[in-house]
Design a protein around this ligand. Sequence first.
Ligand code: NAD
Length: 286
Amino acid sequence: MAQIIDGKVLAAEVRETVASEVQKIKAQGGTVRFAAVLVGEDPASQIYVRNKQRACEKVGIEFELHTLPATCQYEDLTTLIRRLSADVKINGVLLQLPVPESVVGNRLTEILNLIDPQKDVDGLTIANLGKLADGVNGLVPCTAQGVLYAIQSVCPDLTGKNVVMIGRSRIVGRPTSLLLTNHDATVTICHSRTRDLAQYTRNADIVVVAAGCPGLVTAKMVKKGAIIIDVGINRLPDGKLVGDVDFVNVEKVASAITPVPGGIGPLTIAFLLKNIVVAYCRQRVC
Ligand code: NAD
């Protein structure tokens, strides 16, 4: 049976370091402040933002929520993002995704790039993704950092490991594959157009999946002893939350596996907190 990689325990470790860094900053008279922007009333997004607020408050980061109605204009959003980016009292700015299409149309990238790269704690601006591609330390997307931390909890050295990354999104798949490559893994990126996915996953020492397809990775697709990182979050019709892995059967073949919930989700929030403090320190040169 595989070892369960407990994301809640790992996230608590990360939060503890962040909390002590925030305490040091406060002792020197500083304030770490984070602003989240929420457009519209999507219930899932409201929950995600509330979780971020709670997490910030627990470690002593000041949290500001800026909301706009789904009926707002594109310019209302750009004005707000520009204002927050220019505000010297704010160290991190995040636009909660997804943003209603009625507001952004196909200009989401343009909006994200209005965030000052030094405050882009989600790591989604072209500047930060470019740095990651170049192997330079910018602000790295939180889920990618969570995946690396989870892997390193059971396999500290990724050198030469065969990794299959399923998913190539800007938020998860691409940055994760770059980060793992920067740690000397040999990464193959698979996606919805990949032919015979199993042919790749069967040879992988580590499989990371972020596809949004329940049951996509089955036991037959996994090499004995592989490490399985499940980023997917899917709500089934009965209300149950599951990942992209057939957990019950894959657990019997893998050497280590992340559960859903309680795996990469808590780590993603912990690394958001970490990014906010990193952003503060770079802005203040502390
Ligand atoms: P996305 O829809 O933007 O991208 C999905 C990717 O998976 C695409 O690149 C697509 O090509 C690939 N894909 C889809 N079906 C596939 C298939 N059958 N075979 C191979 N590849 C396939 O989604 P995303 O934003 O990257 O999110 C992916 C999943 O991760 C979702 O379930 C999302 O809820 C979850 N997620 C979790 C966290 C977390 O903190 N745990 C963070 C972000 C996203």
